[in-house]
Write a protein that binds this ligand. Structure first.
Ligand code: TMP
Length: 211
């Protein structure tokens, strides 16, 4: 019961997170592991619909920060209870492109403190934290240059100081939860980064087995 390993990958938009999730899932599968890959918000029908709502830049009036938070939590509750928890119980390695630390960093950057955000997670039955969180760290200007070819979604369209606050939030999370959150400098080439990430994940999984 609940024996799978749960890895989340976090970072600013443009940090190369989704590429790394995909490379890591290939490596885990090549190692013979059963892998479930998800994205948050998303993956479930409900989560994908909430995602479209949340990221749509033309949603009308400015989205209230608590409304935004509750929508992210709704998508996550559906994702965890429908997909992540059953997969962990089957012994899968679960790989999530974003998870609770995105809420702590992004909604934290809206001025909501972590205490109520963590309490909301507990109330929604989301107190199974990841075993390992990889935060791909990259300066804001670099991240923005990397994604300048795409039309920004509602969150991406926020001004630079907001994204700076998000980045500081992630770095603070790594200081506060060092056993779970690892900072991975992510400015280098994708293949080299993938190698470093594989080494980190394998090491942590081996420690988990030894306990
Ligand atoms: P993505 O395209 O990397 O999946 O990111 C979706 C956007 O939603 C991204 O700008 C970060 C933001 N976000 C939050 O603000 N709070 C959250 O809890 C999550 C999961 C994402």
């Amino acid at each position: 019961m609940g024996s799978g390993f749960f890895v989340t990958v976090e970072g600013l938009d443009g940090s190369g997170k989704s590429t790394q999730v995909s490379l890591l899932s290939e490596a885990l599968r090549a190692d013979g592991q059963l892998v479930t890959v998800v994205r948050d918000p998303g993956t479930t029908e409900l989560g994908e619909r909430v995602r479209r709502l949340l990221l749509n830049p033309g949603i009308g009036a400015p989205v209230n920060r608590w409304a935004e938070t509750c929508l992210f939590l709704a998508a996550r509750a559906q994702l965890f209870h429908q997909v992540i928890q059953p997969a962990l119980e089957l012994g899968h390695t679960v790989l999530s492109d974003r998870y609770l630390d995105s809420t702590l960093a992004y909604q934290g950057a809206r001025g909501i403190s972590w205490k109520p955000l963590l309490e909301l997670h507990r109330l929604c039955g989301l107190d199974r934290f990841p075993d390992l969180t990889l935060y791909l760290d990259i300066p804001v200007d670099r991240a923005q240059r990397r994604r300048s070819a795409t039309i920004p979604d509602r969150l991406e369209a926020e001004a630079v100081p907001y994204h700076e606050t998000v980045r500081s939030g992630y770095l603070e999370l790594a200081r506060r939860f060092p056993a779970r959150v690892t900072v991975v400098p992510a400015e280098g080439r994708a293949e080299e980064l993938a190698g470093e990430i594989r080494a980190l994940v394998w090491e942590r999984m081996a420690e988990g087995r030894a306990i």
